[in-house]
Design a protein around this ligand. Structure first.
Ligand code: NAP
Length: 237
């Protein structure tokens, strides 16, 4: 879809990749950008329309969608990234429930709440921010990975369902990004600005999936090879 002239709603817009998305959209001529955030009073972005939005509060999602009926591009970026001790961690279920509520059910709710307006305003698009961890799971982030795999599956179903309506549904996959979420991880990271622009390039081309870095391309490429990355991912140092 064309970014220039679009009306975008970005979730988790106050920091990290969401903030970079807002700035990239503004630089590419989006007409209006709604910044979906938990605390609009603390927002420091200029030129946006702040909108209260909490993935764990269905009423806030419904209210935002009801208010922002001119949206042509929804970017479901907000998510929670927590580590667990391992796959046998006794806290795994509670932790994954918390992250599923935000990363999976929250994203599903957001898609469902905005879809009627988005489809009505077509040509339009929904981009769901996923991860390279959609396709593999280190034990210490296995709860988070499970939420992203589930969100990938939902994104695929939504794409099929909306294809006939001229609504582009894009899954964005990327390895580590230099944001708060990956602050304590010592690894190669992409800058949030770079990822936002690569994602918008893909959106503008009409792509249905964007692999924003070499890491996500490697993981996907080896899904069907004997030495699949997911079989033995290198540990983080
Ligand atoms: N960083 C990475 O290495 C990496 C890699 C691959 C994919 N991703 C994905 O990229 C996206 C952006 O992550 P990031 O790196 O920018 O993370 P981040 O710096 O931790 O920012 C997360 C954003 O999500 C918001 N958020 C969290 N829980 C929320 C909720 N319940 N309701 C509404 N907003 C909520 C946060 O708002 P508050 O400020 O209010 O907490 C914040 O704006 C996520 O989908 C993440 O999974 C990140």
């Amino acid at each position: 879809m064309q970014i220039e002239g679009s009306v975008a709603f970005v979730t988790g817009a106050n920091r990290g990749l969401g903030r970079a998305f807002v700035q990239a959209l503004q630089s590419r001529g989006a007409t209006k950008v709604y910044a979906g955030v938990r605390n609009p009073d603390r927002l420091t972005l200029s030129g946006v329309v702040p909108m209260r939005f909490d993935l764990t509060e269905p009423a806030s999602i419904a209210a935002a969608a009801q208010h922002c009926r001119d949206v042509t591009l929804l970017i479901n970026n907000a998510a929670l990234g927590k580590v667990n001790v391992g796959a046998l961690d006794t806290a795994f279920i509670d932790l994954s429930r918390e992250m599923f509520e935000t990363n999976f059910y929250g994203t599903v709710r957001s898609c469902q709440a905005f879809a009627p307006a988005i489809v009505g305003n077509r040509p339009s698009a929904i981009m769901n921010v996923l991860s390279d961890a959609t396709w593999f799971a280190r034990p210490m982030v296995s709860a988070y990975s499970a939420t992203k795999s589930a969100a990938w599956s939902y994104t695929n179903a939504l794409r099929v369902e909306l294809r006939e309506t001229d609504t582009q549904v894009v899954g964005l996959h990327v390895g580590f990004i230099d944001t708060d979420m990956a602050r304590d991880i010592d690894a190669v990271k992409s800058s949030p600005d770079f990822v936002a622009h690569v994602a918008l390039d893909g959106l503008a081309r009409g792509d249905e999936e964007v692999l924003a870095d070499e890491q996500s391309r490697l993981v996907k490429r080896t899904l069907s090879t004997e030495d699949g990355y997911y079989l033995d991912p290198p540990p983080l140092v």
